[in-house]
Design a binder for this molecule. Structure first.
Ligand code: NAI
Length: 481
């Protein structure tokens, strides 16, 4: 029986390995992590991450050929294939590349541990998103410490999206495997191909050299984020000119050369990877002297920052230029619907912007806990991607913030509502009931374009919806830049 071990039991390691276990009953899969609470949760009824469909997959395999454990060394030692899916955050501390380069501390320590505990040859698979040529560094660590054991390193970046991870893993657009172009490298690539071939059609399993695989992952995230920044940049122009960004992006999407996906204007992109991977790309470009290319990709992040600031400024300027002591309901805190992940969510920046103007916030998200929200609002930028158990938990809480478990409670007596995540349940709220219980004038700021603007205006709300024609009230307020 082939044995697989995956180091890192989070959004990538957990679902990916659960699906491998489901699709390959002949393979034994162990998912390991240094976080005891996280592994305990994987072994309980309350999984540590929310992902539609994940519960059912885990239930089917756990205890049969899928195991979650903190005994990292034992499972690495016994495995034929070791996936490494640890965090690769942006480097926060001072030093070379701080604020841009990927911090490979977690990866390096995993590689050293693999070399230390291994007693048989292994294929080591880079699942984390890493800078180009990381495999080369990892290979050096493994071979210099190998005591004669042979390691083949592969790059197998993950393209799943949170919220649709199980669907994406069941039916991937492609599986990408990069390896050394040597007989041993080819053999290792084939071994990993054989795993995916249990359910992925062969023509969707692409093989490349190591660097192409690593760079492809950064390129995909950069291209996706760039589409969002492009439509968001358009949304600002639509508001200034009276065009409707929904109509513009629909017209654009009908061009078969462009296609319909990732063209919704919003308050900005979040997601754990977009910003960090683009910063990483920028750093690699700079290191290679490609300053114009670096500048081009930097702009994608700048527009995203601009969009988040523009939204917060719009809220303040619409409400007589102050939200001091006003209650603002925040509907949605996760970076997208169907996940509880808040890493780099635009909600953090918008909330911090409003708190900076002394607003009182009442926050409701169906999947994000009070602790998580408080931690996010007190944490420094970039710290979100370091494992929680390795950080001191901030003892401070933001007093002007309350978290509630119901949209109606959040909006009661509020002056304004900010919709920051596109949860389906927000589309079907009883806005008449909400309006009746709010302070007047009552404002809705829709950062995801999910409400029916005309209906809400009819009820009496003053509505701002990203990239849509402004109503008279908003036109009369100071311009937002
Ligand atoms: P995460 O950052 O949520 O968690 C990483 C896990 O690794 C933590 O549970 C941590 O305790 C564990 N860990 C760190 N060092 C360890 C060690 N030495 N031994 C055992 N466990 C260790 O990770 P997430 O979101 O699953 O991402 C993993 C990688 O996959 C990152 O490089 C990310 O960029 C990439 N990725 C993430 C996607 C996402 O949607 N979250 C999608 C595609 C790629």
């Amino acid at each position: 029986m082939v044995k697989i071990c995956c180091i890192g039991a989070s959004y990538v390691g957990g679902p990916t390995m659960a699906v491998i276990a489901l699709k390959c009953p002949s393979i034994e899969v162990a998912v390991v992590d240094i976080s005891v609470p996280r592994i305990n949760a994987w072994n309980s009824y309350q999984l540590p991450i929310y992902e539609p469909g994940l519960d059912a997959v885990v239930k089917q395999c756990r205890g049969k050929n899928l195991f979650f454990s903190t005994d990292v060394e034992k499972h690495v030692r016994e495995a034929d294939i070791v996936f490494v899916s640890v965090n690769t955050p942006t480097k926060t501390t001072r030093g070379l590349g701080a604020g841009k380069a990927a911090d490979l501390t977690y990866w390096e320590s995993a590689a050293r541990m693999i070399a230390d505990v291994s007693k048989s040859d292994k294929i080591v698979v880079e699942k984390s998103t890493v800078p180009v040529k990381t495999t080369e560094a990892i290979e050096k660590i493994l071979t210099h410490n190998s005591k004669g054991i042979k390691f083949q390193i592969l790059s197998n970046p993950e393209f799943l999206a949170e919220g649709t991870a199980i669907q994406d893993l069941f039916n991937p657009d492609r599986v990408l495997i990069g390896g050394r172009e040597t007989p041993e490298g080819n053999k290792a690539v084939q071994a990993l191909k054989d795993v995916y071939a249990h359910w992925v059609p062969e023509d969707r399993i692409l093989t490349t050299n190591l660097w192409s695989a690593e760079l492809s992952k950064l390129a995909v995230n950069a291209f996706l984020a760039q589409r969002i920044s492009s439509v968001n940049a358009m949304s600002a122009l639509c508001e200034a000119t009276g065009a409707d960004v929904t109509q513009v992006s629909y017209a654009v999407s009908k061009d078969t050369r462009i296609g319909p996906k990732f063209l919704n204007a919003s308050v900005g992109f979040g997601r754990s990877c977009f910003q960090k991977d683009i910063l990483n790309l920028v750093y690699i470009c700079e290191c290679n002297g490609l300053l114009e290319v670096a500048e081009y990709w930097k702009q994608v992040i700048k527009i995203n920052e601009y969009q988040k600031n523009r939204f917060a400024n719009r809220v303040v300027s619409s409400m007589f230029n102050t939200v001091s002591n006003k209650k603002i309901a925040i509907l949605g805190f996760a970076f997208k619907k169907d996940t509880g992940d808040t890493r780099e969510t635009p909600a953090i920046d918008v909330c911090k912007g409003l708190l900076g103007d002394k607003a009182r916030l009442s926050i409701f998200d169906p999947q994000v806990t009070v602790d998580q929200i408080q931690r996010d609002l007190t944490m420094k930028k970039f710290d979100w991607d370091h494992p929680l158990h390795l950080q001191p938990i901030s003892p401070t809480t933001v007093k002007q913030v309350t978290c509630v478990w119901d949209a109606y409670e959040a909006t009661k007596d509020a002056h304004g509502i900010c919709i920051l995540t596109e949860w389906d349940e927000f589309k079907n709220l009883d806005f008449k009931r909400i309006y009746d219980n709010m302070q007047k004038p009552a404002f809705v700021f829709d950062g995801r374009n999910i409400v029916n603007v005309d209906q809400l205006r009819e009820i009496g709300f003053i509505v701002y919806s990203i990239g849509k024609p402004l109503d008279a009230w908003l036109k009369d307020m100071p311009a937002v830049a």
